[in-house]
Ligand binder design. Structure first.
Ligand code: ZN
Length: 402
């Protein structure tokens, strides 16, 4: 008899859990219908230029971003970051990487032309809103690494006119603009170089947002001292919760608030939760590295295959961070500097992805967790793009007023 009641109770609990989960899911969908959602960093253009026939117009089972999956995840706008790996700092290399940048712009626009019924470029938050009303997802463009500027300030306006709205000042190595947070040789300029100061001023003039993700702490404070416009960290998380030079500490968050900028929480697992020692994974990853480096120069298809093998290995051996971890970082920013300075920049197709949000089709799970924690519709709208849109508008109106 007792067992019967127990089973009945379990059944009722099960039913009520499902019902409340469904309710939260529907609430999240209604919310997404009512505001503009923007992810400020994906490396998806790498997949466009790498060959292998990637088409974001069809639903893919590889990679993290395509237009049908953006619709499923209720994400309205994705920043396609044109990533440029750091190479030699010579006139020839600068010219070569500049041409590579232009070619990537071309492939983004060709992709959008092929999928014009489904997706369109956005240059302002208003463009993205209009695209949403027409049932289309939006692609914004950013540039990850100021390396292709070489020593030529005029390229900032050139890239802006081509549609880019931010430049991440450097990547994992120091460049002519500033020091990186990850360069193994240590600082070269002790922050922003003299040329870097000119770059930031020119970005202010043009309306191009300065992205402080990847740069060193000294570079960060130097950029804030020079920039008249609010800045963005397009994909960074909180150092208080996960020690990494890629993340911002609480003093940096305070400085960012003073500047009026915004931190877009990066959902790359190692920046959300301190990675645990994982010898089995390390051993397999080492073998994979050796296998691919022995093959010399790789074709586009081979590069795609290498990326797929690394992703599969991570999937099998690494316990990725979760949506709860990501929302802990959002909540930390809210606790330290308030609701007006935080957003989301996934780093999808560049290492970003969570156990329960591995690709863009699952983005709604972040909203569901924010609802569970008691955030209101207006607060969630700020996190999903309201704060970032404010910064973007301020950067653009400052440029017009100069
Ligand atoms: Zn990055």
């Amino acid at each position: 008899m007792r067992t019967k009641y127990f089973l009945l109770l379990l059944c009722l609990i099960g039913v009520s859990c499902t019902t409340s989960e469904e309710k939260i899911s529907r609430k999240a969908e209604r919310m997404h219908d009512s505001f503009l959602s923007i992810d400020t960093h994906s490396d998806t253009p790498m997949r466009l230029t790498r060959g292998g026939g990637f088409d974001p117009g069809i639903r893919n089972d590889r990679g993290c971003v395509d237009f049908p999956r953006m619709k499923e995840g209720r994400l309205d706008a994705e920043f396609f970051a044109i990533f440029l790996g750091q190479g030699p700092r010579t006139p020839e290399a600068f010219e070569k990487v500049h041409m590579q940048t232009l070619a990537t712009f071309d492939s983004i626009y060709a992709t959008l032309a092929r999928n014009s019924s489904m997706a369109a470029i956005a240059l302002t938050p208003e463009d993205a809103q209009r695209n949403k009303e027409q049932g289309k997802v939006s692609v914004f463009i950013g540039i990850e690494n100021g390396y292709p500027l070489g020593n030529d300030l005029s390229r900032i306006k050139q890239y802006y006119d081509l549609g880019s709205r931010y430049i991440t000042l450097c990547h994992s190595s120091n460049n002519d603009i500033c020091d990186s947070s990850a360069d193994k040789t240590g600082p070269e300029h002790n922050g922003l170089s003299a040329f870097g100061e000119e770059v930031v001023r020119e970005m202010n003039c043009v309306g191009m947002m300065a992205d402080v993700s990847h740069i060193s702490d000294e570079s960060f404070y130097d950029v804030l001292a020079v920039s008249k416009a609010p800045v963005i960290a397009s994909h960074s998380s909180c150092r208080a919760l996960c020690e990494s030079p890629r993340n911002l500490d609480d003093d940096m968050l305070q400085a960012l608030k003073k500047n009026g900028g915004v931190i877009q929480i990066c959902i790359l697992s190692d920046y959300l939760r301190q990675p645990e020692p994982n010898p089995a994974y390390e051993e397999k990853a080492k073998a994979l590295r050796e296998k691919w480096s022995a093959m010399g120069e790789l074709t586009d298809e081979q590069q795609e295959q290498r990326w797929a093998e690394y992703s599969a290995l991570r999937q099998e051996y690494v316990r990725l961070a979760t949506v709860e971890d990501a929302v802990n970082h959002i909540e930390h920013v809210v606790d330290v500097i308030g609701i007006d300075y935080v957003g989301i920049g996934t780093d999808f197709d560049g290492g970003g992805g969570l156990q329960d949000c591995p690709d863009v089709s699952m983005m709604k799970n972040i909203t569901k967790e924010l609802i569970r924690r008691g955030y209101s519709r207006d607060e969630i709208a700020k996190i999903w793009g309201g704060n970032f849109s404010r910064v973007m508008r301020e950067a653009q109106s400052l440029a017009v007023s100069q």
